[in-house]
Design a protein around this ligand. Sequence first.
Ligand code: NAP
Length: 284
Amino acid sequence: MPAQIIDGNALSRQLRAEVASRAAALTTQGHRPGLAVILVGADPASAVYVRNKVKACEDSGVRSVFEKYEADLSETALLERIAALNADPAIHGILVQMPLPKHIDPHKVIEAIATEKDVDGYSVLSAGELMAGLPGFRPCTPYGCMKLIESTGQSLKGKHAVVIGRSNTVGKPMALLLLQAHATVTVCHSGTPDLAHHTRQADVVVAAVGRQNTLRGDMLKPGAIVIDVGINRNDAGKLCGDVDFASASEVAGWITPVPGGVGPMTITMLLVNTLEAAERRARA
Ligand code: NAP
């Protein structure tokens, strides 16, 4: 039987409606959630990502402050701007769009964001909170993947999950979130000799590689949950993930499409994190 599609657009709509209603309640109490989005330079892909984030805020009643700077902005000037936003009580989340121009150290920039406003969850402290199982902001893409897995209604307890990819922003936090949900977790990467050996034993596979056709149907256990994080272009220039959807959907039990799977969830979880930051501030 072909896999059930996990519809990231539908789940996003549902979660964004919840964000909108909680944002409206906060606004009534005088605490309208606010997200600052900073873009440095003119990278076209970054400009699209930023535009989508700003629009998602507007649609959900979250105030967005969009700041665009020329590529020659100095690191000092950017750090000063972040310090000002850290001190601004109307701003609850700060997002600096990556990649930054070469002369700016992204680590310095990420660490300059106040932890209580680190809605991307990229700082060392946020990563430590995740590792220690403490409350904090979870990186938006893996957080969204967890919501997609939850939406299948399958418990992760006792399941074997394989994460393909070990980046700090996707693979590693994904593995920690799965571990926190009581899955037994294997992390594969470019040095893993026999990827299929691992994925064939997995009840859940999360592919976060950035290479099309990394995962095919013959590499899956029947009935597995497959989450495709990858964003690639195939030979025809069409958007595709890391998973060969045609063969994988014949074997998997559940699968996310690309587009319409993980992509919309990443922005949705940014809204959720911003809202949570504003709610915490309102309670403080
Ligand atoms: P990344 O930093 O380039 O990491 C890719 C990971 O894949 C690395 O850990 C690498 O291993 C591993 N890898 C490479 N070739 C492999 C192979 N043949 N077998 C197994 N593992 C292999 O990328 P990322 O930032 O994590 O992003 C991954 C993909 O997700 C990209 O396509 C990106 O565009 C996409 N993405 C999508 C969203 C979304 O919202 N949908 C968000 C973020 C990222 P090594 O560590 O050994 O090099």
